[in-house]
Every structure is written in C-alpha cells, then in structure tokens.
Design a protein around this ligand. Structure first.
Ligand code: FES
Length: 119
C-alpha cells in the first residue's frame, strides 16, 4: 500500500530518467528524497541543495538544477494535493466557523451597555 501511495504522490510519467549526468542521479532518486523530506516536515522548503546533500553529492556543472526544481515542484504539489482535505470537509469547517462567529457576535451584543453609544 505504501508503494502505491508513494507512486501516486510522485505521479511519475514514465521510467526513471537520468537527471544529473555529473553525479548519475535518476529522477526516481530525487523523487524519493523529496518525498522523504516532505514526510519529515511537510512545510519545509525543499531546494536542490538539500536534495543533493541528502544524496551526499554536490552539483558540479549545475545543468540539472532546473530539472531538479521541476521535479521538486511536481512532487511537492502532488504531496500536498494528496494531503488536502476533501471539499465536503472544508465546507463543514467553514459552516462551523460561521456558526461560532454568529455565537460570538450574539454574546458581544448582550454585554454591550446602553451607555456605550456616543450619540
Ligand atoms: S548535471 Fe547535475 S551537476 Fe552536472
């Protein structure tokens, strides 16, 4: 199940491709590292340098960095889309907040004294 879940998050469109020719890093390696980083902290900023550090490598010619950024963006968007609440749950939260807001407004009106008015 975890393998299927990870594959859906990556939404890879084909076999693993060689992204970094200097370090021989494949797209699958980068996707796996990005997923691991997001699982550790979903709201951290994942940058290519962090991915290379996790792989114990460094960018040499940096020709691959734009492709690494594309992979990071794709995997991060898919990860957060999978983690997002269902629209029905969002509506329930919104209606609950509106109900609480109305209750607070009602309480505030009851506490207001008549001498509060300036006019
Ligand atoms: S292709 Fe990645 S550092 Fe050169």
């Amino acid at each position: 199940m975890a393998g299927v879940y990870s594959a859906a998050l990556r939404s890879h469109s084909g076999p693993a491709m060689l992204v970094c020719q200097c370090n021989m890093i494949s797209s699958k390696e980068i996707e796996d590292i990005v997923l691991d980083l997001l699982k550790a902290d979903p709201w951290q900023l994942v940058v290519p340098a962090k991915v290379y550090a996790e792989l114990n490598r460094r960018a040499k010619c940096s020709g691959c960095v734009p492709n690494v950024v594309d992979i990071i963006v794709r995997v991060t968007e898919n990860y957060h889309a999978q983690q997002a609440l269902e629209p029905a749950e969002l509506v329930n939260i919104q209606s609950g907040l509106e109900k609480l807001k109305k209750q607070r407004i009602g309480v505030r009106r009851e506490r207001r004294s008549t001498s509060h008015r300036a006019a």
